[in-house]
Design a protein. Sequence first.
Length: 328
Amino acid sequence: MDEQTTYTLTREELAPITERVAVFGPASLSNLGPGFDTMGLCIKGFGDVVEAWLTEAPGVQVRQEPGTVDVSVPVDPEKNTAARAASEVLKQAAATQGLVLCIRKGIPLGSGIGGSAASAVAGAWAANELLGRPFSKEDLVEAVLEGEALASGGSLHGDNVLPALFGGLVLTSPTRPADYRRIVLPRALPLALVLPRIEILTAQARAILPESVPFRQAIHNAADLAFMIDAFHQGDWASVGRHMMCDRLVEPVRAGLVPCYEAVRTAAVEAGACGCALTGSGPAMFAIAETEAGAEAALTAMLAACHAAGIEATGLVTEADAEGARMA
Ligand code: HSE
């Protein structure tokens, strides 16, 4: 722990009155093409770790851990998604104690793979664990949605937090965010993920979306999402990929924020991927493939496309994570 951290409370007040716990909040892909604010998938390979302990002093204090990938995470608990979610859990439990949260970011903010959601989920989970688990995973839904709302201009959308909490592929309702459904994938889903080195803040990427959309385009999106959900149930990745690339409402608007968007999509498909899309508000893009070797080929092509467009990028081959948040 960094002894130089500036405290707003005394050391005695912040001293642990319990064991520390460490919780892992995984990364997630969201939207998946036509499923704007409606569909998300928990993935392996990236995540945030929140270490926490209870204090006698009420309230939530946030510290940055050394070695974090992102030092721009706000330590003001009013602006931090993990703190907001943890604070909601304390409130719901009517707890008199407070918490210290040490956040080690494994997911850069503004990358499109659910960094704010991973922290929110880990924060809520850690608070629940320290209080002796008064709540089930399902009971934490409201708290994690509240945490995520901080990062997206107040919008209560669950397409990152719910997959990060429950694991796997999750459908959620933007108008009734506490409604969700898990879709069990019948076979492994190989993924290639690229992270162009551009930052896009979710709140900004939401602000550029239109207030209303043409009726015909909305119908197309509804149909593509419906077919895509059926294809996920069937394990038909070729069909998932086709429908995933048909979003007419959101990606066409956001594509302008990612200069290598078209090149990466084309490269993925030419390399044999089933489909390729932005995740969340971008700039990260992912492709799905029939096999791990197919995902490797897509990743190589997608990274080459980024570099050819003059954009630095990193990437990895990954797969769905069925477990979600867990003790680190
Ligand atoms: N569905 C959200 C969006 C995900 O695309 O804005 C990012 O939090």
